[in-house]
Ligand binder design. Structure first.
Ligand SMILES: Nc1nc2c(ncn2[C@@H]2O[C@H](COP(=O)(O)OP(=O)(O)OP(=O)(O)O)[C@@H](O)[C@H]2O)c(=O)[nH]1
Ligand SMILES: [Mg+2]
Length: 370
């Protein structure tokens, strides 16, 4: 059913839908959010099908996939919000069915009691969500203190964010943790943000935050659920807007991403088109296939370039101990080339401007700015 204003479904449209139904149709889904009254009217008209709006479909998918405390609490809140919205509708239907007079007064009283009860429960869940957010903020504050460069992946559901993170993990130095995240051909695969450390040899290490997939035209209640994703964008140094190039709505995908993050700093934004194996795009932005490590390396190089801008490039000789020391400096010192000689090693490194002290570990042959 296409979007229509609630309450405006005329007899003609209803008959048209009726004619299109057969016994295989179990659900009727409307793209527009249904008012409680419309839901009841539609359900009466189509007693053999379950009436749902897009919002309910999304919530039931969320419900099935939720596994963390935060996502489970968010689903609980969404369910209570739906129950609250439908309360008035069930009361209206009760009135229409002749619940007037004395019964009407009782009905109204019951409605108030139910409303207060739900409001109290929603308040409790909101408090718990806030506590959970605080816990997560503490973790991210600690991360900030460690000052790791952070890249957030944001995009439509099914754009390939988790696939990209998994390919990055596969490029990690041997021996580094590379616990994969779930990636599947389904909407809302990831319901929680996941953070992983990426350490590709000869490039600066960084953190990647995989976020919850977005959808177009999202009900405001769900935006609440996307708050953690949005917080990750605020904290990130680079935000990759990953666009699914296999779909025809590429512009709409970008607009949706930007609508979720209106305050996003333009300098942070990096637009990347994914699934270039399915669509050969002509664009100035980077195009990749998240499944192909070679093309993902191009992204690593771009991130590295951003991260190490202003670093001092030092070329020269060191011994094994000095190299080991340099390797321990994380993103303050990125060794970009290492050639073993007979006694010494030839080393090229990028050094953060605030760690000029590290330059003494290399018997310098040349210095320049990155
Ligand atoms: N052909 C092709 N398929 C891809 C590519 N990248 C991802 N996919 C597929 O797209 C589907 C969705 O990938 P995910 O990585 O789970 O997508 P996501 O953006 O994390 O989705 P959500 O977690 O729902 O937000 C999976 O079936 C992937 O195998 C690509 O470059 N080419
Ligand atoms: Mg995912």
């Amino acid at each position: 059913m296409r979007s229509r204003k609630p309450g405006l479904l005329g007899q003609g449209k209803l008959k048209e839908i009726q004619a299109a139904l057969d016994e295989r149709v179990t659900h009727i889904v409307t793209l527009q959010t249904l008012s409680p009254n419309d839901r009841i009217l539609l359900q009466e008209y189509f007693p053999n099908q379950l009436i749902m709006d897009k919002f309910e479909v999304v919530v039931s998918i969320f419900e099935r996939r939720a596994s963390s405390t935060l996502s489970m609490l968010q689903v609980k809140l969404l369910r209570l919000q739906m129950e609250y919205a439908n309360l008035a509708g069930s009361y209206e239907s009760f009135s229409r069915e002749g619940g007037g007079g004395k019964n009407r007064g009782q009905g109204e009283q019951q409605l108030q009691i139910d409303r207060r009860h739900l409001q109290r429960r929603m308040g409790e869940v909101r408090d718990k969500i806030e506590k959970e957010h605080k816990k997560n903020t503490l973790i991210s504050d600690r991360r900030q203190k460690n000052s790791m460069y952070t890249v957030a992946l944001v995009g439509y559901t099914n754009a390939g964010k988790s696939t990209l993170l998994n390919t990055l993990l596969a490029l990690n130095k041997p021996g580094k943790p590379n616990k994969m995240v779930e990636s599947k051909n389904q909407v809302f695969s990831s319901l929680d943000t996941a953070t992983r450390r990426i350490e590709v040899p000869f490039y600066a290490p960084f953190l990647v935050v995989d976020t919850v997939g977005l959808i177009h035209d999202c009900p405001p209640e769900l935006v609440e659920s996307f708050k953690t994703t949005m917080r990750s964008l605020d904290e990130a140094d680079t935000v990759i807007a990953l666009i699914d190039a296999s779909r025809s709505d590429m512009q709409a995908q970008l607009e949706t991403i930007l609508s979720y993050a209106p305050a996003l700093d333009e300098d942070k934004l990096m637009i990347v088109f994914n699934k270039n194996d399915l669509n050969d795009l002509d664009t100035t932005h980077l195009t990749i296939s998240a499944k192909d490590p070679q093309s993902v390396m191009e992204l690593v190089r771009l991130i590295d370039k951003r991260q190490t801008q202003g670093y001092i490039v030092v070329k020269g000789e060191c011994d094994e101990d000095q190299v080991a020391q340099l390797f321990q400096e994380g993103s303050d010192c990125v060794i970009t080339k290492l050639i073993k000689g007979t006694d010494t090693m030839y080393c090229e490194a990028k050094i953060a401007p605030h760690r000029k002290d590290l330059m003494s570990l290399i018997i310098t042959q040349s210095v320049q700015r990155s």
